[in-house]
Design a protein around this ligand. Structure first.
Ligand code: NOJ
Length: 898
């Protein structure tokens, strides 16, 4: 944001006042101080259909709404609990576009039925739902083991929609209940539908670790909220956000994962209005001490309380039991990670803003001069003609097509920013079309809503309208977007939406969208629906053939189907580097797998050590982009002396070499929902002492990364889990045993601690080239890390890297390479794949080979065995085969004879 208008949100800064604390959120107060009602489930109203079961819920007092409970289940182990008013005076908002399928058609069977209880089973029958009549509760069990209880603490509360007491809500200024009108600072919010909040609690039995709920600048494991603020999910533009805070940042995913040794569950609260989540671990703190003598008798539970300003109660409980099953159950609902074009997994260079065409070309050339690979250069808002998106500043960028061709000649791409606010300029055709086409959000009086952002007075596109999305998508057509070419991709920023000077820097909740819905109902969906339209625009632009690339600051559940996200306006300090890791892990757990943080920190200037450490860490995250704010010093990687340049070059090159592995991980994420970045417990679910670890993580199943985020580090502590596991330092091939104590690894400025797990294979390129397009010219090298049984295996995914033909014509190849009984074999891992690759394997390194082989031969079907030369490093137990040049797309065996 412009330096002069924004106050940074750092502790004790007045900018903090800009955002609400929980006690200033009236619906949350009403809910938490609220009536504590009990409901009776009238089991005689129970109706079983092929879709699920409905039961009426009677409140204990007449003044409260009668509710309708609808329970349904999916075959793969998800239970859905929906609650609405039985006779609402109007329809409540249902979140559109997020669920890709609604797999909840399993036929329930009624088990036990008494006056107190009805129990329901489905499918194979090991799960059951019990609906208790009085007081109403709903248990989900596996066999007789309780997993989750809905309304355990009887916090179910739905504010009944009411008729507006008077035609003129202004008259209710004196109404101190603030039900129809609420004031925060100078902002007045008139609630068209009055109070409409919903809330409920859930007990997780046996759990004491919960995760998820991005986006917060906080640790990975969610904290008990008894002593502080609830986790807030309300998309906000928070410049230089405060750390260890539960204030909502740019995006929201209302998903909690709970984990214990033998089960992971997910809770997805589908609601796009402002939402708060309270967490209580039991026993906790003082309770824990008090309980410790009889600890075994105190059941571990985690209590969650969800409160949303509006909409319905719609809770989906994913029952796992493994972490990977929860990921896939959640992806069944909200979609799988899109497979990104390969270039977008390379390095991105950005700045707010490069000066002009010549500057961009000079930076581009700088990468080549310094032999640093990169793929994409980014243009921030100043590339436009007066902050009119889809235009170019005629002086700074007189020939944008020429610039893109210049970059494209080296196979590089351009990303330009396109924000959702539109400059109110009656002389600008795009503004006039949007205005005349009814594409803007309205204010509560029905006039076009006017806010302020980079261009000054602005109107905001109403992406909730399908017609507006279609219109917006069409703006990306090459013939409409003057100066664009197929190598231009898009960055959606400020889409919380950010409104300068607006309530909490965003759009008033009483603004009105398509269909007459208030903004409050769908606030957290605004950015999601923008990137949905942008992605559609890019796909349509290519005739449906090419994969898009869009980066968005705001997001919601399901954004993984469309875009990458980054963690917004962080600061160049060690604390922000440190917190970026749990933030990215939290996004990954919540399905948003293609994520990263601004390398170097957006605000302020990093010193060379911090910058280097940030490059090292950023190179090990899915989205890898250097970006910096206006008025910061330039920080292209070669501006800090040769030592820093060399070290940065090294990590970026290493990233490029590792891209076959990253790409394979994205293929897996796309097809199985396993995120490329995984908290340690995802891979080692039974190892309780790593449930809170969030400074190191797994990249896929094979690599453990522990980026250094401490100034002046000379040692780093690494937890190598898994008793019986073998770990190999990827730099030195040194072996370590898992499950013992913390490793105290000595480090220098160049050290990037990464370990390969025994039993895995990691594919790399042998040469990194100058950008991803070069990579296919270079052969592969495979690193097999032996486990304690002397085995290893892994997969390699290949396709053209940019089109949808992997999907539309099975133009992909998935190979499995495994080493067992001294035989290294390469085979097809998916017979559907038709991709004819000419890729070859140049070398294979086998880590953990205990003795020198006598001979090694290559066997290919239909040809004679070929003896292979090899190198054996006795000190490092490493066997290397080089100069192989064997096609990775063909079947072959390598026999190792000792
Ligand atoms: C805010 C974004 O977070 C930042 O990355 C960008 O540079 C500025 N907007 C200007 O567009």
């Amino acid at each position: 944001m412009a330096q002069e208008t924004i106050v940074s949100v750092v502790p004790n800064d007045e900018g903090q006042q800009q955002f609400k604390k929980c006690d200033q959120i009236l619906f949350y107060r009403r809910q938490t101080l609220g009536p504590n009602l009990q409901y009776r489930a009238s089991l005689d109203t129970l109706v079983l259909s092929e879709k699920g079961v409905r039961v009426e819920l009677e409140p204990e007092t007449q003044s409260q709404a009668r509710l309708l409970l609808f329970v349904s289940a999916s075959r793969d182990g998800t239970v859905r609990v929906q609650i609405d008013e039985l006779w609402p005076i109007k329809t409540r908002y249902r979140v559109p576009d997020v669920l890709t399928t609604e797999p909840f058609g399993e036929q329930f069977r009624v088990g036990k039925k008494t006056s107190d209880l009805v129990s329901l089973t489905w499918g194979a029958g090991h799960y059951q739902v019990k609906v208790w009549a009085w007081p109403f509760k709903l248990d989900v069990l596996c066999g007789e083991e309780e997993i989750v209880t809905f309304n355990h603490r009887e916090k179910l509360h739905v504010e009944m929609l009411q008729e507006r007491p008077s035609e003129n809500p202004e008259e209710h200024q004196e109404d101190d209940s603030n039900l129809w009108k609420e004031t925060f600072r100078q902002f007045v919010d008139i609630k068209a539908n009055g109070p409409s909040s919903v809330g409920a609690d859930v007990c997780l039995h046996g759990y004491s670790h919960v995760y998820g709920l991005p986006e917060h600048a906080d640790r990975l494991m969610l904290s008990d909220t008894r002593d502080g603020e609830a986790y807030r999910l309300y998309n906000l533009d928070v410049f230089a956000y405060d750390l260890h805070s539960r204030l909502g940042l740019y995006g929201s995913v209302p998903l909690v994962l709970a984990h214990k040794s033998d089960r992971t569950v997910g809770l997805f609260w589908l609601n796009a209005s402002e939402t708060l989540v309270d967490i209580q671990y039991c026993p906790h703190g003082k309770d824990e001490e008090a309980a410790s003598p009889v600890r075994r008798q105190v059941p571990r539970q985690t209590h969650l309380r969800w409160v949303s300003e509006s909409g319905l109660i719609d809770l989906m409980v994913m029952l796992g039991p493994s972490p990977s099953q929860v990921f896939s159950q959640y992806a069944q609902l909200t979609g799988y990670q899109a497979l990104p074009p390969l270039f977008s997994l390379g390095y991105h260079q950005s700045r707010y803003s490069y000066k002009d065409d010549a500057d961009v070309k000079a930076v581009d050339a700088g990468f080549d001069q310094h032999n640093i690979p990169y793929d994409v250069i980014w243009l921030d808002i100043d590339h436009t003609d007066g902050m009119r998106y889809f235009t170019w500043d005629p002086i700074l960028y007189p020939n944008p097509v020429g610039l893109q061709r210049h970059l494209e000649a080296r196979s590089r791409k351009l990303v330009v920013i396109s924000d959702p606010h539109i400059k109110m300029d009656p002389d600008w055709s795009l503004y006039c079309q949007a205005r005349d086409g009814g594409h803007f959000v309205k204010d509560r009086e029905g006039q076009i809503y006017q806010g302020s952002c980079w261009p000054g007075d602005s109107s905001y596109l109403d992406f909730s309208s399908p017609a507006t999305r279609a219109w917006y998508s069409q703006r990306f057509a090459l013939e409409r977007y003057t100066g664009s070419t197929p190598s231009l991709f898009v960055w959606n920023d400020m889409n919380e939406p950010s409104v300068f000077g607006g309530p909490e820097q965003t759009m008033p909740k009483d603004a009105v969208h398509h269909g007459g819905w208030e903004h409050r109902e769908q606030h957290n969906l605004y950015g999601f629906q923008q990137h949905m339209a942008t992605v559609q625009g890019l796909i349509t632009r290519s005739g449906g053939l090419e994969r898009p690339f869009v980066l968005s600051r705001s997001f919601f559940a399901g954004s993984q189907r469309f875009c990458a996200v980054w963690t917004g306006d962080n600061v160049a300090s060690w604390d922000y580097l440190n917190i970026s890791i749990p933030m990215i892990l939290s996004l990954s757990l919540a399905g948003i797998a293609f994520c990263g943080a601004d390398v170097g920190g957006f605000v302020k200037d990093p010193d060379p050590e911090l910058l280097l450490r940030w490059y090292q860490a950023g190179s090990l995250t899915p989205f890898f982009r250097g970006h910096s704010a206006q008025f910061t010093r330039r920080r292209e990687p070669w501006l800090f002396g040769d030592q820093v340049t060399d070290a940065i070059r090294c990590v970026i090159q290493e990233r490029y070499l590792l891209l076959p592995y990253w790409y394979t991980l994205f293929h897996k994420s796309h097809t199985t929902a396993m995120p490329p970045l995984r908290p340690m417990w995802v891979e080692f679910p039974r190892e309780q002492n790593i449930f809170t670890v969030d400074h190191q993580y797994m990249i896929g199943g094979a690599l453990l990364a522990c980026p250094i985020t401490e100034q002046g580090a000379t040692k780093v502590k690494v937890w190598l889990p898994g008793s019986g596991e073998v770990w190999y330092d990827i730099e030195t091939a040194q072996q370590f045993s898992g499950g013992s104590s913390l490793l105290n690894l000595p480090v220098t400025l160049d050290t990037v601690p990464v370990f390969q797990r025994g039993g895995t294979m990691v594919p790399r390129r042998t040469v990194c080239g100058s950008c991803t397009a070069d990579l296919h010219h270079y052969p592969l090298s495979l690193t097999m890390a032996l486990d304690s049984q002397g085995e290893a295996e892994g997969e390699l995914y290949l396709d053209d890297g940019y089109s949808f033909s992997y999907r539309d014509s099975n133009d992909f190849s998935l190979r499995r390479i495994s080493l067992q009984s001294d035989s290294l074999i390469c085979r097809c891992a998916n017979q559907m794949g038709l991709y004819q690759s000419d890729e070859t394997v140049y070398s294979v390194t086998i880590l953990g080979t205990r003795k020198r082989p006598a001979k090694i031969t290559l066997q290919k079907p239909g040809s004679q065995d070929i003896p292979l030369t090899f190198l054996y490093d006795k000190a490092r137990y490493t066997l290397t085969l080089e100069g192989l040049n064997i096609a990775v797309g063909k079947d072959w065996d390598i026999k190792i004879v000792f």
